[in-house]
Write a protein that binds this ligand. Structure first.
Ligand code: NAD
Length: 497
C-alpha cells in the first residue's frame, strides 16, 4: 500500500504518529493509499523547522524570492499532466476540470512572481519640515494553511505562494482525503530552489488542526472548508492571538430573469451546478426562476441534466465524475431523500446511475428539484453534490431578498439583458462575489476571493492584493536627520509644521 508521508525541512518525513487514514480512488471505490495523520509533536516539529527557516528566508530580497517562484511556475507547467492525474485519482473530478483548477492555482504563483512590485510601500517627503515618513509591509513569521478536499491544488495555492513570496514560511495541512498533490507541489518548490523548511506539509485530521491552533509560533492561519469548522478555527485562532481568515461553506444562487438569454443561462447553470459533481464552493446550487421563466427553464434544464455524461475522470467523454468518498455520496443521497420528504418536486432523479466498468465507484447522476421552498433543509443547507434546487419567485425584488436572507454569501449570479437589473444586483446583493451573465464568478488571482456573511470569518479575502495584506504587517517610519532643524525638548503632542 502506498504511504503518503509529511514533507518537512525539504524532504519526506514519516513523523512519530502511528495513526493513518485511507485515501480512495473515487472512480473505482478502492483504496489508493494510506496517509500519515500527524500528532501534536509532528506539527510542532514542522513549525519549529519553519520558524528557523524564517530567519534567513525573510531576509532574502523580494527579487530573489520572485525568481524561485518563477522556477516553481515553470516546474508546475512541466508537471501539469502528472499533477492533474494526481487530482483526478484522489478527488475524482474530470481531467480537464482538474487541469483548469491547477491553472487557477498556477495563476496565483504568477501573481506572486510580482512580489517586488506588490511589496512597494508609500513614501511622503516632508511630512513636517525636514521630516520624512514611509510605510512598508513586513512578513509575519510562520503561517499555516488548512485546506478542504475539493480543490487539492488550487486552494493550497491560494495561500502558500503569496505567503512565501511575502517572506513568510509556511506549514500546510491539506485535506486528508486527497493529500498527494500538496506533497508533489512541495517537492517541486524545493526543486525550484526554495530553501529547506520554508514550505512544509503536515498531513492529518482534527488532531493536527488543533495542534496548529495551539502552537504559539504560528502567526497566522488561513482556512478554507465548511462553515462549522471555519467558525471553530476563527474563534480559537483569535483566542490564541493569531491573525486568521476562515472561508466557509456556500449556497450560491443564480437568478434567472425573464428577459435573459435562456440558452446561455441554462448552459451556464449546468456547468456551474454539476461540474465537479457540485463539489465546488462556487457551485450554483439554487436557481431562482423569476416570473414566467420557470416553466421553460425547468424543461430545458431537465433535458440537459438527464443527458449528463457521467463516468471516471480520466475518460475523455466524462462531463461529471464521482463524489469524493462513499460517506459523502451517502450524505448527498440522503439530502435527496430529505428533499422528497419535504415536498419538493424531484424532476430528475439521478440517485441510481450505471457506470459499466466502475460499479463500486462513488457515482451518482445529476438531480434536479423544482418548487423548492425557503423553509426546506435542501434550500437552507449546503449539499455539496450534483443537486440543483429551483425556487420560483414572482419578481426581481423577491429574488434579491432570497439571496440576501440566506446565511451564506459566497457567490451569486444573475442572468439578464437589462443593465439596470444587473447593476442593481451587483450593488445590492449581500454577497462577496457577483456574476452578471457569468455563472461562476471566481475572481482571478490578481483580484481577491472571498464571501460575506457565514461564508467567511475574518477581515481579508484570500490571494490578490488582500492576500498580500493578510500575510504582511504594516510598519510606518517617521525620520529626521541631525542636520535638520534642532529642537528643544517638547512636552506636548508633536504636530508637524
Ligand atoms: P471540512 O470543513 O470538512 O474540512 C476542511 C479542513 O478542516 C480539512 O483539512 C479537515 O481535515 C479539517 N477538519 C475537518 N473536520 C475538522 C474538525 N472537526 N476540527 C478541525 N479540523 C477539521 O471541509 P471539506 O469537506 O474538506 O470541504 C468542503 C467544504 O469546504 C464545503 O463546505 C465548501 O463550501 C468549503 N469550501 C469553501 C471554499 C471557499 O472559498 N469559501 C472553497 C472550497 C471549499
Amino acid at each position: 500500500m502506498n504511504l503518503i508521508e509529511h514533507f518537512v525541512n525539504g524532504k519526506l518525513n514519516k513523523g512519530t504518529s502511528k495513526r493513518t487514514g485511507k485515501v480512495f480512488n473515487p472512480a473505482t471505490g478502492s483504496q489508493n493509499s494510506e496517509v500519515k495523520l500527524a500528532n501534536k509533536h509532528d506539527v510542532d516539529n514542522a513549525v519549529s523547522v519553519a520558524k528557523k527557516a524564517f530567519i534567513t528566508w525573510s531576509q532574502k530580497t523580494p527579487l530573489y524570492r520572485a525568481r524561485v517562484l518563477f522556477k516553481f511556475k515553470e516546474l508546475i507547467e512541466k508537471n501539469s499532466d502528472l499533477l492533474t492525474k494526481i487530482i483526478v485519482s484522489e478527488h475524482g473530478k474530470v481531467y480537464e476540470d482538474a487541469k483548469g483548477s491547477l491553472t487557477r492555482g498556477l495563476e496565483v504563483v504568477e501573481f506572486a512572481c510580482g512580489i517586488p512590485q506588490l511589496l512597494k510601500g508609500e513614501f511622503t517627503e516632508n511630512v513636517g519640515t525636514d521630516v520624512d515618513s514611509w510605510s512598508m509591509r513586513q512578513p509575519l513569521g510562520v503561517c499555516a494553511g488548512i485546506t478542504p478536499f475539493n480543490f487539492p491544488a488550487m486552494v493550497p495555492m491560494w495561500m502558500f505562494p503569496v505567503a512565501i513570496a511575502c517572506g513568510n514560511t509556511f506549514v500546510l495541512k491539506p485535506s486528508e482525503k486527497d493529500p498527494s498533490c500538496s506533497i508533489k507541489l512541495a517537492e517541486l518548490f524545493t526543486e525550484a530552489g526554495l530553501p529547506e523548511g520554508v514550505f512544509n506539509v503536515v498531513n492529518g485530521d482534527k488532531e493536527s488542526v488543533d495542534a496548529i491552533i495551539s502552537n504559539k509560533d504560528i502567526s497566522a492561519v488561513s482556512f478554507v472548508g465548511s462553515t462549522p469548522i471555519a467558525k471553530y478555527i476563527y474563534e480559537n485562532c483569535s483566542k490564541n492571538e493569531k491573525r486568521v481568515q476562515a472561508l466557509g461553506g456556500a449556497k450560491n444562487h443564480c437568478v434567472i430573469m425573464p428577459d435573459c438569454d435562456l440558452d446561455q443561462a441554462v448552459n451556464g447553470l449546468i456547468g456551474a451546478a454539476y461540474g465537479s459533481a457540485g463539489e465546488r464552493c462556487m457551485a450554483q446550487s439554487v436557481a431562482v426562476a423569476v416570473g414566467n421563466i420557470a416553466e421553460p427553464l425547468v424543461k430545458k434544464l431537465s433535458e440537459k441534466v438527464k443527458s449528463l455524461k457521467i463516468g471516471p475522470g480520466l475518460d475523455k467523454d466524462s462531463e461529471m465524475g464521482p463524489l469524493v468518498t462513499k460517506e459523502h455520496l451517502e450524505k448527498v443521497l440522503n439530502y435527496v431523500e430529505i428533499g422528497i420528504k419535504e415536498g419538493a418536486k424531484l424532476v430528475v432523479d439521478g440517485r441510481k446511475v450505471n457506470i459499466s466498468k466502475n460499479q463500486k465507484g462513488f457515482f451518482m447522476g445529476g438531480c434536479l428539484f423544482d418548487k423548492v421552498e425557503k423553509n426546506m433543509r435542501i434550500y437552507k443547507e449546503e449539499i455539496f453534490g450534483p443537486v440543483l434546487s429551483i425556487v420560483r419567485v414572482k419578481d426581481y425584488n423577491e429574488a434579491l431578498a432570497l439571496v440576501n436572507d440566506h446565511e451564506f454569501g459566497n457567490g451569486a449570479s444573475i442572468f439578464t439583458r437589462d443593465g439596470d437589473t444587473g447593476r442593481s444586483f451587483a450593488s445590492n446583493a449581500k454577497i462577496g462575489m457577483i456574476g452578471i451573465n457569468i455563472p461562476i464568478p471566481v475572481p482571478m488571482a490578481f483580484h481577491s476571493f472571498g464571501g460575506w456573511k457565514r461564508s467567511l470569518f475574518g477581515d481579508q479575502h484570500i490571494h490578490g492584493p488582500e492576500g498580500v495584506r493578510f500575510y504582511t504587517k504594516l510598519k510606518t517610519i517617521t525620520s529626521r536627520w541631525p542636520s535638520g532643524i534642532k529642537s528643544d525638548a517638547e512636552f506636548v503632542m508633536p504636530t508637524m509644521k
